[in-house]
Design a binder for this molecule. Structure first.
Ligand SMILES: C[S@@+](CC[C@H](N)C(=O)[O-])C[C@H]1O[C@@H](n2cnc3c(N)ncnc32)[C@H](O)[C@@H]1O
Length: 257
């Protein structure tokens, strides 16, 4: 097993074959939500520029296949996590049911479901449902001695008490979808990865559930947000990404820390 390394391949296979059992302190997983299928787009949008719904081949599975896939990678994460390790898994209503059932099946204890409220959510184009403006992050632990750096979290909490003193971190987090300088773009100016997560989200998760020198593993690296923040916070990291096309993007990003 190699630290501070990107494994290019399928995460279940790499978790089973390359990662040492009971060696990982924290897993952050932002898996496919299985919501692609119709290429909705809104070109010429006046408020935020052209908009394209996530429509990737890695994000399209039948419901039974998605359940099996979820079981396989979560089982792999359970095996490689230490007994006091934590796992955070992102989702929406599309996949959160499967995630919760599978986490429980493998004996994880669910500690919180954090709501990410997207302060710049796109309007709903169909006008037939409430505007989707949230994502969920399930935090679950393997055993009873989990890490929770309560005081460090209070320090980085932008919300303060009325008298300006520190406040407990709540389970609703307000961040915009990644934009501006933080958003990685290709030469044509289009987002280099369709689902780049906010660095501030990873800062909270890594601060809360790991210590300096610990190993943070991300089975679905995407644009490499987890590795980028883990390196900044002086953690070791391991990342897995199946699509070759994102590897160079991740390497260039991590070099900048
Ligand atoms: C939702 S994105 C992760 C985005 C990431 N959190 C970020 O901030 O950029 C999921 C990523 O997982 C990758 N992926 C999908 N299936 C995979 C698998 N079986 N093994 C490894 N990576 C996979 C996709 O190529 C995609 O880049």
């Amino acid at each position: 097993m190699k630290l501070n390394n990107i494994y290019n391949g399928d995460c279940t296979e790499i978790l089973n074959k390359k990662i040492k059992k009971s060696s990982i302190d924290l897993v952050f997983a932002d898996p496919p939500y299985n919501l692609s299928g119709n290429a909705l787009k809104w070109q010429g949008n006046k408020t935020g520029g052209d908009w394209f719904m996530v429509n990737e081949k890695w994000d399209k599975m039948s419901d039974p296949d998605y359940f099996t896939f979820t079981e396989q990678w979560i089982k792999g994460c359970h095996t490689v996590l230490k007994d006091n390790g934590s796992i955070y898994v992102c989702g929406t209503f599309h996949n959160i049911g499967e995630i919760l059932v599978v986490l429980k099946k493998f004996g994880f204890l669910i500690k919180n479901i954090i709501t990410w409220q997207k302060t710049n959510a796109m309007p709903n184009m169909t006008k037939r449902v409430y505007t989707h403006s949230t994502e969920l992050i399930v935090w679950a632990v393997k055993g009873k001695k989990w890490i929770f750096n309560y005081k460090d979290l209070k320090k980085i909490n932008p919300d303060k008490q009325k008298d300006g003193s520190e406040k407990q971190m709540r389970d609703v987090w307000n961040f915009p979808l990644v934009q501006g300088k933080e958003r990685l773009r290709d030469k044509s100016g289009k987002a280099a990865h369709p689902t780049q997560k906010p660095e501030a989200m990873l800062e909270r998760i890594i601060t809360a559930s790991s210590n300096k020198g610990d190993i943070v593993l991300d089975p679905f690296m995407g644009s490499g947000t987890t590795a980028f923040v883990a390196k900044k916070l002086k953690r070791n990291w391991i990342g897995i990404e199946k699509e070759n096309k994102y590897i160079k993007l991740i390497k260039n990003r991590i070099k900048k820390v």
